[in-house]
Design a protein around this ligand. Structure first.
Ligand code: HEM
Ligand SMILES: *[C@@H]1O[C@H](CO)[C@@H](O)[C@H](O)[C@H]1NC(C)=O
Ligand SMILES: *[C@@H]1O[C@H](CO)[C@@H](O)[C@H](O)[C@H]1NC(C)=O
Ligand SMILES: *[C@@H]1O[C@H](CO)[C@@H](O)[C@H](O)[C@H]1NC(C)=O
Ligand SMILES: *[C@@H]1O[C@H](CO)[C@@H](O)[C@H](O)[C@H]1NC(C)=O
Length: 504
C-alpha cells in the first residue's frame, strides 16, 4: 500500500515538474532572428576567440544593413546567444530603464565579477564621474601636465638619436599614472607599491574571470573563492589596497570633519577618494576602506585599459602620417601663442589634433560592440522584436564607424574630416568627446561614458607633449601601422609595435 503511495506520488511529482518545465518553455519567447555561425563548421571556442570579428562583419552586411538583428554564440555567456541590434533600436536601448536592460548585469554575467570578488559599476561611481570629476576637470589640467612630463622622462630614454620604444610599454605606465593622478589625488600616482597592487588585481581579475566563467557551473561559482588561487589573489590585492588607502581615507575624513566645523574652510582634497568619503558621510553610512577600494578598482578598470589601447591605436595612426604631425605642431604653437597656457579652453582650440584623434577612433576603435546590455526580463521593442530574459544585446560601434552609407569616403583616414564639419557646421559638435549616433565609441544616452571628457584632455596633453618633444617614425621599411590582433569582439592595436623616437 505504502509502496504504491510512494510510486503514485513520485509519478505525480515527475508529471508536475514536467508540466512546469513545458509551461516555462512555452512562456519563454523564442529568439526570432537569424543565428550566425562559421559556415566551414569550425565553431570551436578558439575560433570565436580569433575570428568573431569576421562573423560580426558578415552579420553587419547581411542583416544589420537591412535593419534586421542577428544572434550568435556568446563567448562570455555560453548559456544564451548574444544579439547584435541594428542602429534603429538605439533610441529605445538608450532610454530603457536599467531594471530592464542592464549594463551592470551584462558586466556581471560576462566577467562573473560578483562571484570572484571583483568590482561592478555602482551608481555612486557613475554619479561621481558625471558630477564631481566633470566639475574638477579645469583644475586637473595643470597636475595632468606635470605628471605627464615626469613620467615621460622615465619611460622614454634620452634619445638624441632615433631610439626604438615599444608603444604599449610607453603608454601603459604613462596613462595609468596620469589617470591615477587625475582620479585619486596627489598621493598615489607616484607610489610604486600602489601600482603593483593595481596590476596584480587586474591580472588576477582577468585570469579569475576566465577560469571561473569557463570551468564552473553558474550555481557553483560562488565556491571558487575557496579553491581558485586567482580568486584568492583578488582578495589579497584588495586587502593590500585597503591598507594603502586607509591613511588617505583618514586624512579625508579629518578634512571633512574640519569643514563641517568651519564652513569657511575649503576642501583640502578634490579627488575620488574624497568624493567617495563625502558621499558615504552624506548618507550617514560608515566609511569603509573595503567599499572605497572596490569603487576605486572599478574606476581604474574602466579607465586604464580602454584609454591605453585607444591611444596606442592613435599613436600608430599618427606615426603613419608625418603631414598630420606637422599640422598638429603648427596648431599647437599658434594656439599657445594666442592663449599663453594650457587650459580646457586652449586645449579645446586644438581642432586639428581633436579631429585626428576622433578620426582614428572612428576607423580603429578596438571595441566592435558598445551599448552592451542584458535583459533582466523579457523585453519587447516597439516593433514587436522580443528579447528573452537573460539575453545580452549589443550595438556594432566599430562597423557603424566604417559604414560608407554613414560616412563619406568611409574607408579613407581623413584627418581633418571632423574639423571641417565643425568649421562648416556646428562648432560645438563633432569634437572628440561628442556622442555620435553613427559610431558609438562612448555609447549613447544617459549611460554614455561619463569619463570621456577626462579622456579627451588626457590624450590631448599626451599627444601634444609627444609631438612637441619628439620626432616619431616607424623603422625603415615599415610604412603603416602593424596589423591589429583580433581577440573575440575586439581588434586590439598591435602591442608589439615599436616606434622610433628622437628628441627635437
Ligand atoms: C578611451 C577610453 C574609454 C572608452 C572608449 C570608454 C567607453 C565606454 C563605453 C562604450 C561605455 C558604455 C556606454 C554605454 O553602453 O552606453 C562606458 C561606460 C563607462 N565609462 Fe568609459 N570609456 C573610456 C574611459 C573611461 C574613463 C577614463 C572613465 C572614468 C574616469 C570611464 C568611466 C565609465 C563609467 C563609470 C561608465 C558607466 C556609465 C554608466 O553605466 O552610466 N570610462 N565607457
Ligand atoms: C583560429 O582558430 C582556429 C581553430 O579553431 C584555427 O584553425 C585558425 O587557424 C585560427 N586562425 C588564426 C588567424 O589564428
Ligand atoms: C551577479 O551574478 C551573480 C550570479 O553569478 C548573482 O548572484 C548576483 O546577484 C549578480 N549581481 C548583479 C549586480 O547583477
Ligand atoms: C561635463 O562637462 C562637459 C564639458 O564641459 C559638458 O558638456 C557636460 O554636459 C558635463 N556633464 C555633466 C553631467 O555635467
Ligand atoms: C568640531 O566641533 C565639535 C563641537 O564644537 C568639537 O567637539 C570637535 O572637537 C571639533 N572638531 C574639530 C576637528 O575641530
Amino acid at each position: 500500500m505504502s509502496v504504491l503511495l510512494v510510486q503514485t506520488s513520485a509519478i505525480a511529482l515527475v508529471a508536475w515538474l514536467l508540466i512546469r518545465y513545458v509551461a516555462k518553455l512555452a512562456r519563454k519567447p523564442k529568439l526570432d532572428m537569424a543565428y550566425l555561425d562559421f559556415e566551414d563548421g569550425d565553431n570551436s571556442l578558439q575560433r570565436y576567440l580569433n575570428s568573431t570579428c569576421d562573423l560580426l562583419e558578415r552579420g553587419y552586411e547581411q542583416y544589420l544593413k537591412k535593419g534586421l538583428p542577428f544572434a550568435m554564440f556568446n563567448y562570455m555567456d555560453v548559456s544564451t546567444p548574444i544579439v547584435t541590434l541594428p542602429v534603429k533600436y538605439l533610441g529605445e536601448v538608450r532610454s530603457a530603464s536599467a531594471s530592464k536592460l542592464s549594463f551592470t548585469s551584462f558586466l556581471n554575467k560576462s566577467t562573473v565579477a560578483e562571484d570572484i570578488g571583483a568590482p561592478l559599476v555602482t551608481d555612486r561611481v557613475i554619479h561621481m564621474v558625471r558630477q564631481d570629476l566633470n566639475k574638477t576637470l579645469n583644475e586637473l589640467i595643470e597636475p595632468i601636465q606635470q605628471a605627464c612630463d615626469q613620467v615621460l622622462q622615465a619611460v622614454i630614454p634620452p634619445c638624441p638619436d632615433w631610439t626604438p620604444v615599444n608603444g604599449h610599454m610607453l603608454l601603459w605606465p604613462l596613462i595609468s599614472r596620469i589617470m591615477t593622478r587625475a582620479l585619486l589625488g596627489p598621493e598615489l600616482w607616484s607610489n610604486d607599491e600602489w601600482h603593483a597592487v593595481v596590476m596584480s588585481y587586474f591580472q588576477a581579475g582577468h585570469a579569475a574571470s576566465q577560469r571561473v566563467r569557463d570551468t564552473y557551473r553558474p550555481w557553483l561559482r560562488w565556491t571558487a573563492k575557496y579553491f581558485e588561487k586567482e580568486v584568492k589573489a583578488i582578495y589579497a590585492a584588495r586587502r593590500k589596497g585597503e591598507d594603502i588607502l586607509q591613511p588617505l581615507i583618514d586624512a579625508r575624513i579629518a578634512d571633512a570633519v574640519n569643514r563641517a566645523n568651519n564652513s569657511q574652510q575649503k576642501p583640502g582634497f578634490n579627488d575620488a577618494i574624497q568624493w567617495l568619503v563625502d558621499s558615504y558621510m552624506a548618507e550617514k553610512k560608515p566609511v569603509k576602506a573595503a567599499e572605497i577600494m572596490q569603487d576605486v578598482a572599478f574606476l581604474l578598470a574602466a579607465s586604464l585599459q580602454s584609454t591605453t589601447l585607444n591611444s596606442l591605436s592613435m599613436l600608430l595612426d599618427l606615426v603613419e602620417r608625418p603631414e598630420s604631425v606637422a599640422e598638429i605642431r603648427d596648431e599647437i604653437s599658434q594656439v599657445y601663442a594666442q592663449y599663453g597656457s594650457w587650459t580646457r579652453q586652449s586645449l579645446g582650440a586644438l581642432r586639428v589634433l581633436d579631429s585626428f584623434l576622433k578620426e582614428s577612433q572612428r576607423l580603429n576603435t578596438f571595441q566592435f560592440n558598445t551599448m552592451q546590455r542584458r535583459a533582466l526580463e523579457d523585453y519587447t521593442f516597439k516593433d514587436g522584436l522580443r528579447i528573452p530574459a537573460g539575453t545580452s544585446i549589443v550595438m556594432p560601434s566599430r562597423l557603424l564607424g566604417r559604414d560608407p552609407d554613414l560616412h563619406t569616403d568611409a574607408a579613407e583616414f581623413d584627418a581633418k574630416r571632423w574639423k571641417r564639419m565643425r568649421d562648416q557646421g556646428d562648432a560645438t559638435k563633432f569634437h572628440f568627446a561628442s556622442l555620435e549616433d553613427n559610431m558609438l565609441p562612448w555609447g549613447s544616452g544617459p549611460h554614455a561614458c561619463p569619463g570621456r571628457f577626462l579622456v579627451q584632455e588626457v590624450i590631448k596633453i599626451i599627444f601634444m607633449r609627444l609631438v612637441t618633444k619628439y620626432d616619431i617614425k616607424f623603422s625603415d621599411g615599415i610604412e603603416s601601422r602593424p596589423p591589429d590582433f583580433p581577440q573575440h569582439a575586439g581588434s586590439n592595436p598591435n602591442v608589439m609595435a615599436m616606434v622610433l623616437f628622437k628628441e627635437r
